[in-house]
Structure formats: C-alpha cells, structure tokens
Ligand binder design. Sequence first.
Ligand SMILES: [Fe+2]
Ligand SMILES: [Fe+2]
Length: 311
Amino acid sequence: MTNSCQTPGGRHQLKARKVRFDLDQTPLHWIPGDALASYMTNAIHLLLPEGELWFCRVYNKAAPLVTDAGLRDDVDGFIRQEAVHSRVHTSAQSYLNRHDIDCEPYLARVRFLFKTLLGEAPFGMKFLQFKALERSWLVTRVGIIGAVEHFTGILGQWAMDNTSWNKADPVMADLFKWHLAEEVEHRTVAFDLHRHLCKTRLGFYVSRQLLMAFVFPLFIYFVFSGTRFLAAQDKDPEVRKIGRFGFLRMTRRMERCGKATDHVPAFSFLVKATLRWLSPSFHPITEGDTRQALDYIARSPAAQRALAEAS
Ligand SMILES: [Fe+2]
Ligand SMILES: [Fe+2]
C-alpha cells in the first residue's frame, strides 16, 4: 500500500519497504579505527526500536483527528515506515549481543522514557486522559515527534551527502543509509501533522519552540549516554575511557570527529540545524533532497532485495 507525502515537486507516494540486514559478519567497530563513531551510531539501535513504536502508537491515536485526506495518507505511510525501522533496529540488538554487549540496562531507561514519561498516563497521571486534557497531551506528543523528526531529517540528508562510510562495514552502512533515506523521504509529515492539529499559527510556533527546548537536550542526553554505555563494555581499556566522558568532552570529541573524518556529524551541525528551527517560516521541505534519498533507496542492496522478493 502506498501513501502520498509533500515534496518540492508536488506529492510523493510513501511506502514501507520490507528490508532485512544480515549483520552476522559486521564487526562491533563497524567504522574501522573509530570506536567513538561506531558506538555513537550503534547507540541508535537501542534508542529507536522503542521510540519508533511510540511514534506509531501516538500517530495511530492522532490519525482519526486528521481532516485532510492527503495528510491522512502521509500519516498512514509514516506509521508503516517507522514500524519497519523499529523492527530493523530491534534485530540489530542481537548483533550487539553477539559482541557480548548487554543492552538491557540502557533499554530499561529507554522504556521508561517512552512508556512511562511519554505514555498515555505518565506516572499514573490519569487526569491526562480526561476529555479536556487528552487532546492537548496527544498534540504535545505529536509536537515532540515533530521536533525529533527534524533531527532524523537533517541527519538523513547528512547521511545522503556522506561518503566517509564507504570504507565502513557495507551492511551496517546500508542499514543506516536506507533508514535515513526514508527519514528524508517522510521529513515533512510530523511537522505538517503538528501544524494541522494546533488551533492557531501562534500556538503552533510557540508549541514547537517549547518542545524543541525539551527535545534537543533530551536527544543529546540519550545519544551521549548510549555511546558511553556501549563504550564502557569494550574489551579495550583505552576505548572504555569513552564510557567516562562528561558532556563537554563528548561534545568536543564529536565536533573533532565530525570535522576530521565525517564519520558522525559535528556537534555544531546539530546546533545550527536547531537554530534554523527558530524561524517562523521554517518548514522541513527545505532541509533535504527527496530525489537524492530515493536515488539511494533505489541502489540500496537491502531495498533492492526487498523489491525483488515482493515482485
Ligand atoms: Fe525512522
Ligand atoms: Fe521518521
């Protein structure tokens, strides 16, 4: 089943691609000689499965409120794509287990975030389910997804432009690039849904700024703490030192790594992208190249295999 999505050239049909990735031969440091970048990216396998399932739960609840048929199609397509992303990253957790990484303590923190803090009734606060507040809490969570999707979209475009992973493990590089290409492909959906559900333009602007002030530090916290958590289990004592990096040291190392090797984006790249969000005229349509993302998907080995199996 296909769905449509806004692009500079009109509307684009979104579809879920049922891909599989065989990570049996993938080393733990999948970016050779760069443990920090390998762990920073591998932390995504811990964060996203629960996070993207939460996206699907919130969107399934918000979908009946959508009165625009095109946007409703986008939302359905978004849910289908995110559900596949969640499954792919869940299966990547066995790759980490195979390398003697115990994921569970960190996964418990992620579950707390998405099931307790951002669930239907955080900390048992049942009043959020009263009619008057239920919609506001739902729209708030839709807005949080909009802010998160700003990062997945800009990271997606960064990955489309990136060539430094050409020397890395090809299966893991394809996994991230395929996922990030789909993030570029559906980058407008979360923003458009949040705007659609806000009653006024001013309310939408204020809400998306307040929510970004919550999401940016939280996103950085989870990526950095995931990196530390994984690196602390490395067999090499030198690499295990990453597990004790504080916020400033991690930021400096990320900036240096981004500028010197492009294995991960520089920290300043994320800050600049967050500043662009402040503009009242901001729209994610200008933050990525849909054609470039679809070109990657067309040559992605996993997506090609999925297409062949489906036909
Ligand atoms: Fe995703
Ligand atoms: Fe997404």
